[in-house]
Structures are given as C-alpha cells and as structure tokens.
Design a protein around this ligand. Sequence first.
Ligand SMILES: NC(=O)c1ccc[n+]([C@@H]2O[C@H](COP(=O)([O-])OP(=O)(O)OC[C@H]3O[C@@H](n4cnc5c(N)ncnc54)[C@H](OP(=O)(O)O)[C@@H]3O)[C@@H](O)[C@H]2O)c1
Length: 330
Amino acid sequence: MATTTRWGILATGSIAHQFAQGLADADGAELIAVGSRSADKAEAFGREFAVPNRHGSYEALARDEDVDVVYIATPHPQHKPNALLCIAQGKAVLCEKPFTVNAGEAGEVVAAARDAGVFCMEAMWTRFLPALAETRRLIADGAIGDVRMVRADFGFRCDWDPQSRLLKADLGGGGLLDVGVYCVSLASMVFGGALPQRAAGLAAIGATGVDEQAGYVLDYGDGRLAVLASAVRTDTPKAAEILGTEGRIELAPPFFKSECLTLATGGKSRTIKAKLRGNGYNYQAEEVARCFAEGLAESPIMPLDETLTVMETLDTLRRQWNLSYPMESA
Ligand SMILES: NC(=O)c1ccc[n+]([C@@H]2O[C@H](COP(=O)([O-])OP(=O)(O)OC[C@H]3O[C@@H](n4cnc5c(N)ncnc54)[C@H](OP(=O)(O)O)[C@@H]3O)[C@@H](O)[C@H]2O)c1
C-alpha cells in the first residue's frame, strides 16, 4: 500500500488552484498530474505548482498510471461525465460539490464507483475541518441535549454576468447547488444523514432562470427542523447554529470554514478554538489518504449514501421552484 497518495487535478479553474495550494499542506499527498481541456492551461498550472505530468485532455489524465486519485474541479454539469471517465480507468475520485446536478446523476456515479470497487467521495471539505469535527463530538457527547434545530445561511453577491458559472443555467448556476448544498449538508450531518421527511422552500428566480436567493425548511421528523438560506446575489452572514434542548453551538462565520465555535449551555458560554492548518482544503485530502490506508472504498464521514440524500433534497426543492437545467431535459 502506497504511503503517499498521488493526486491528479482535473481542470485548472479557481477551486483547482485553491485545492492545489491545500494539497501542499496535506500529509502524505503528492500532486503528480493535472489535466485541462487546453494543453497551454495544463502547462501553466503545472509550472505554477511544479506538477510533473501535464495533460492537454481529461482523458489523458484519467489514463495516467502515476495517479491514484483524481480531484474533479469542473462546473457542476461536468462532474458526472468527468467522474465516470476517471472511474472507468480505475481511478479514485474526489468530486467537487455539488456532487452532480441531480440525484439521478449522482446515483449513476455512485453505482459506477461501487461496481468498479473504486474509492469515491464528495469534496464537502467543510466536514473535515477541526470545527466540524468538534461539533460532531459535542453533539455525540450530549453537550447540547437533543438537537431540535439547525439554522444556516450561505449567500454572497456575485457580479452580474449572465455568462458566469454562478448565473448561467447551462453551467448549473444558482445558489442552491453552489452554496445551499453546504447548508443542507450541515443539517444532514447533524441529523444523522437521513432524508428529510419534508422539504419546503421559496426561491427568487432571476433573469437567467436560476435561483438568485432562496429560503427553505427541512423537516427531519419528531419536530426536528433545519431552517436554511442560500444566495448568489445577496450577501448573508454565513452563520450556522445548532440548537438543542440543553444549549446551542454557534459556528463563527463563515461557518463553512469556521475556526471557532461557541458552546452555550445553562446560561454560560464557552469559546472553543478550532484553528485551521493550511487553507482548509488539505483536510479532505487527508481523509482520502486515511481511507486508502484503512482500505475503505467510502468515507464514513462523508458517505456516498448521504451524498445521495443531499442531492435528493436539492431536487425536491428545485421541483417546487420549477427550476430544471437545460442538460436535465436533453
Ligand atoms: N469547495 C469549494 O470551496 C468550492 C469553491 C468554488 C467552487 N467549487 C466547486 O468547484 C467547481 C468549479 O468551480 P470554479 O469556481 O473553480 O469554476 P471555474 O473557475 O469556472 O473553473 C472551472 C474549470 O472547469 C473546466 N471546465 C470544463 N468544462 C467547462 C465548461 N463547460 N465551462 C467552463 N469551465 C469548464 C475549466 O478548466 P480547463 O479549461 O482547465 O479544462 C475551468 O477552468 C464547481 O462545481 C463549484 O461548485 C467549490
């Protein structure tokens, strides 16, 4: 078993750069290859991060025998074909969020990975950060009693560019898939990964046909609720709170890369520091390495079944908003 995990990065955009920086701080990770639709971009990325194997196509990257695991950093609609390409070549996959555009696509990728016996995980990097690990520990220890509610928002105001990934329907634009997925995933983690019994929301659909902002409530049964909001044209506090019968946990904003949480119980509050090492993207890479070392085909912290339930929840909300993407009807 290799002690070093050899990474390939598929695509050379914004998050691909951040992940490459994160890998430099990940224990046991080596960035060995990059693949781009353009040979020039692969060259430039390769030079920037001293990546030895530079490929001018995703197919060549997927075939690279030096690579153990491919990190997929394309726009959402490309995740499914890119993941299937890598899995078909026997490569493990870490795929950016949202895992795919919808639950049907996610099911295809999960089935392919399981059939091939290949490791696969959604890159829900937030889950692996110290603050979220501490949150899980506090909840499991009963520090706030029974959890009754999760409140979270993730919204930012992007520039008005109808051709941008964030606003263009062809590229899977809109707030729910881009950042709402963090809120839904947080609620899912807190409530044990189950599919909500009900989901209800309202969205403001903008001129490009995608959700510019939305608010939604998920019902996890027994009166347990998640109250969530997301946006790509409205800046929100990016706060998250987990409210229990005996107290609450507040993740210092922005909650998806929080470095501090507050535990409030019995009229007192305590601050718990959870400083990040590196830029935060390193932790998910270390989780992949840990799973490899333990011979796991899936991460117990971000299981594929839970990725599927999260995608189903997003689908349920989009159906209520009559929001479907061009590639879904093709
Ligand atoms: N985890 C996080 O914090 C985080 C943050 C931002 C985004 N993301 C996720 O990462 C994914 C990529 O986001 P990004 O912000 O990095 O996007 P981006 O800057 O637009 O980069 C996307 C890259 O994908 C490749 N690509 C393949 N097909 C494409 C197409 N049809 N149109 C445009 N680009 C295409 C391009 O690389 P080549 O030209 O080299 O092939 C491009 O540079 C999204 O799914 C997003 O949700 C995650």
